[in-house]
Design a protein around this ligand. Structure first.
Ligand SMILES: NC(=O)c1ccc[n+]([C@@H]2O[C@H](COP(=O)([O-])OP(=O)(O)OC[C@H]3O[C@@H](n4cnc5c(N)ncnc54)[C@H](OP(=O)(O)O)[C@@H]3O)[C@@H](O)[C@H]2O)c1
Length: 256
């Protein structure tokens, strides 16, 4: 049995992993919420990582509020930039393969064509900058690691674009959605299945890789797809205006 520890388990990706885990009978997944394992606590990490012969750690824990990261950069750096180093060191010491999730927001969005894992990050906001710090720390420490950059994660779990759009549409509220940015939306269960299938088959790519659902679109196009899929009739208007002033990459489509 392959033993896998999942951090940040009550977040969107953590819940997606839990929801598909029954499909993988050769994998034994153990889920740790923030309350059960704070990844910024070196002693707690060391204690949990040595408690069982783990084969993999999937780090789903992160500070993901892009706007809040602008006003709380130190907290974002601690969780996204420094804690991955704690995890990487503990993994290396204990012979565990670290699977860490990163983001298209490490890029500035100015390339004009899809970003590959070889492209150099150049984050334009605190969230992206702190996530890139985390990537660099893991690479510097070494050991077995896989950094999987994904983009525009959505799912039925938690408070994300998909659940927010559905809630408003079902309440009959008109939707105003930005059509300024282009990215590759990724259904969280698809990423969860990608990670677990590769883990099960011992073929998870080491180093940096990209995973998205592959189709490039705007948030407006994604919102239209979501309400169409659910057969909800609602008015959706494209808006140039962003709700918050945080800079976001204009076109952060990723490819592998
Ligand atoms: N969401 C996206 O659109 C997106 C896009 C690209 C990449 N990603 C990356 O994908 C990964 C998963 O994202 P997600 O959407 O699942 O995020 P999420 O829903 O915000 O989940 C993150 C989880 O981490 C927990 N957490 C925060 N600080 C922690 C700590 N110190 N120790 C342990 N757990 C902690 C959070 O708990 P609390 O909520 O209680 O703080 C939350 O349960 C992240 O690495 C993210 O950067 C996300």
């Amino acid at each position: 049995m392959t033993k896998i520890l999942v951090t940040g388990s009550t977040g969107q990706l953590g819940q997606a992993l839990r929801s598909v885990s029954d499909l993988y009978s050769s994998l034994s997944l153990h889920f740790f919420s923030k309350q059960e394992l704070d990844i910024t606590d070196t002693n707690a990490v060391e204690s949990v990582f040595t408690s069982q012969p783990w084969d993999y750690v999937i780090n789903c824990a992160a500070f993901t509020n892009v706007d809040l990261a602008e006003t709380e950069p130190e907290k974002a750096l601690l969780i996204n930039g420094k804690a991955p180093a704690i995890l990487a060191k503990a993994c290396k010491r204990n012979g565990i393969h670290l699977i860490h999730i990163s983001t298209d927001y490490v890029f500035d969005g100015e390339k004009g064509s899809p970003y590959t894992p070889q492209d150099l990050p150049n984050p334009i906001n605190q969230y992206g900058a702190t996530k890139w710090e985390g990537e660099k720390a893991i690479q510097a420490i070494g050991g077995d690691f896989s950094i999987i950059r994904t983009s525009w994660l959505y799912s039925e779990f938690g408070n994300n674009f998909y659940t927010k759009i559905l809630k408003k549409a079902e309440a009959g509220e008109p939707l105003y959605v930005t059509n300024e940015h282009i990215g590759s939306p990724t259904y969280a269960k698809n990423l969860a299945n990608h990670i677990l299938t590769r883990t099960k088959n011992s073929c998870i790519l080491k180093g940096i890789s990209h995973f998205s659902d592959g189709e490039a679109m705007t948030w407006l196009e994604l919102a239209k797809k979501i309400v169409k899929e659910k057969k909800i009739k609602t008015s959706i208007t494209g808006s140039k205006k962003q709700q918050a002033s945080t800079l976001r990459p204009f076109k952060s489509v990723i490819t592998d």
